[in-house]
Design a protein around this ligand. Structure first.
Ligand code: GLV
Ligand code: MN
Ligand code: MN
Length: 434
């Protein structure tokens, strides 16, 4: 080839069509997402029936064992820290540099889907395996993490493992009891050591950057026809435990005027959450997603209702103000219904912004792979928001079909899963070679 033809052929191939990172094995990633889905699958169900792999359940323990076996298959030794998070470090050539940390979670909400957390965890394993197969040596180490109890259905407080790593556990949290189980025992059940939980703390500067691949869980990317989302920031989340105390009495003999019906009051409060959140412009959201009616018997006026109010927005002050307005509404409703309503803050997670350099690196990875990308906020909470307290953080989103998540109908096309893992691979390598 003469010089002119050579230069011509270089020009004919745009730079973005020359990925410097190897591509992941999308078929293997799919097989593993399908294999993990067995742990927590409803009896007699299929992949399409989703998963209930609530943190600390037997299904969670079995799923974690499956993941640790995959890690061993990479020639790495999984390490379970005192909080119960799973780590695996693939060393770099310079052992003095902080590694690139990346991963997600494998616990699910009850009746959840097969992609939330699982894609980022198994995608991270796929990245490591692809690096092994391509015999890539990195300057920095690359470290995989699978966080425990991201969802926070158990103990009504999520990001449990990443909060321990960020030193954000709450006072007395290990003594909390949920479903008859003490949190310290739950941590023991997954191989952690609650007595030494302080050792799970990672200081600032213990990683070069934190990356998390995740499904979008909303419909923005699918609507726009864009395969990769580059997260700008993650919302703040406030949760309140609410107890409505009425009086349980005979449903046939208690006149309407004499009732102190806890469910009527709880219903009014639920409507108040919806109205208060909608009353001002913005993207804030508010939900009552959990309600326990006691005694929950058809012919007894409900005596007690326990419910959880959850508020989210990128602006933490905005949801704090809405929380105060709801406290006032709760007092009015209690007076009107002859009940007592106690609304107690249960969990607060700060909003977190992604690091601009990490965002640019993800965008460069997309360009290198010839993939369009778009910046967008995350309405879902992620362990990444805790890691943002310790170092540069970035997240890679892939489209959720019909924007459905926290549902067995949650689905991300397999080619989009592989694309997301390719972008993760290229971004990890970019940072690992710095
Ligand atoms: C976690 O998925 C959350 O946003 O609640
Ligand atoms: Mn998740
Ligand atoms: Mn989730």
């Amino acid at each position: 080839m003469n010089r002119r033809t050579f230069l011509g052929s270089m020009l004919a191939v745009p730079a973005f069509a020359q990925p410097s990172a190897p591509r992941v094995n999308g078929a293997r990633l799919r097989e593993r997402i399908e294999a993990l889905s067995i742990f927590g699958r409803p009896d007699g169900g299929t992949f399409a029936d989703g998963v209930s792999r609530v943190a600390y359940s037997d299904a969670d323990v079995a799923g974690r064992a499956y993941v640790m076996k995959l890690i061993e298959g990479l020639g790495l030794k999984p390490r379970v820290d005192a909080a119960g998070n799973i780590f695996a470090l693939r060393p770099g050539t310079n052992g003095t540099l902080p590694p690139v940390l990346f991963g997600s979670h494998i616990d699910s909400v009850p009746n959840g889907g097969n992609f939330d957390g699982d894609l980022g965890s198994l995608g991270a394993i796929e990245v490591l395996q692809t690096m092994n197969e391509a015999h890539i040596a990195t300057r920095r180490g690359v470290e995989l993490v699978v966080w425990q109890n991201e969802e926070g259905y158990a103990f009504n407080n999520g990001l449990a493992g990443s909060r321990a790593a960020a030193g954000h556990l709450e006072a007395g949290e290990l003594d909390a009891v949920w479903n008859g189980m003490k949190k310290s025992d739950a941590i023991r059940k997954i191989g952690g050591n609650p007595e030494r939980i302080a050792e799970a703390k990672r200081g600032p500067g213990t990683f070069a950057c934190y990356l998390e691949l995740h499904i979008e869980q909303g419909g923005t990317l699918e609507r726009a026809g864009i395969p990769i989302g580059v997260v700008e920031g993650i919302v703040a989340i406030d949760r309140y435990d609410v107890e409505v105390r009425g009086f349980a009495n005979h449903a046939g003999t208690t006149p309407m005027a004499e009732r102190r019906d806890a469910l009527v009051a709880a219903s009014m409060l639920t409507i108040a959450v919806n109205d208060t959140v909608r009353a001002e412009p913005g993207k804030q959201v508010g939900t009552v997603g959990q309600l326990n009616v006691i005694p929950n018997v058809p012919n007894i006026v409900p005596g007690t209702v326990r419910m959880v109010v959850e508020l989210r927005d990128l602006d933490a002050k905005k949801i704090a103000a809405i929380g105060e307005r709801l406290q006032a509404r709760a007092r009015e409703i209690a007076a009107k219904t002859g009940t007592e309503i106690v609304m107690r803050p249960a969990a607060h997670h700060d909003a977190a912004l992604a690091n601009p350099q990490v965002q640019s690196s993800i965008e460069a990875a997309c360009a290198g792979l010839g993939l369009k990308s778009q910046r967008l906020p995350s309405g879902a909470g992620h362990d990444a928001q805790m890691m943002a307290l310790l170092g540069p953080m970035g997240m890679i989103f892939v489209p959720s079909v019909r924007g459905i998540s926290h549902s067995p109908l949650e689905f991300t096309r397999w080619e989009d899963c592989a694309r997301g893992a390719d972008v993760l691979m290229a971004t990890v390598l970019d940072w690992a070679m710095r």
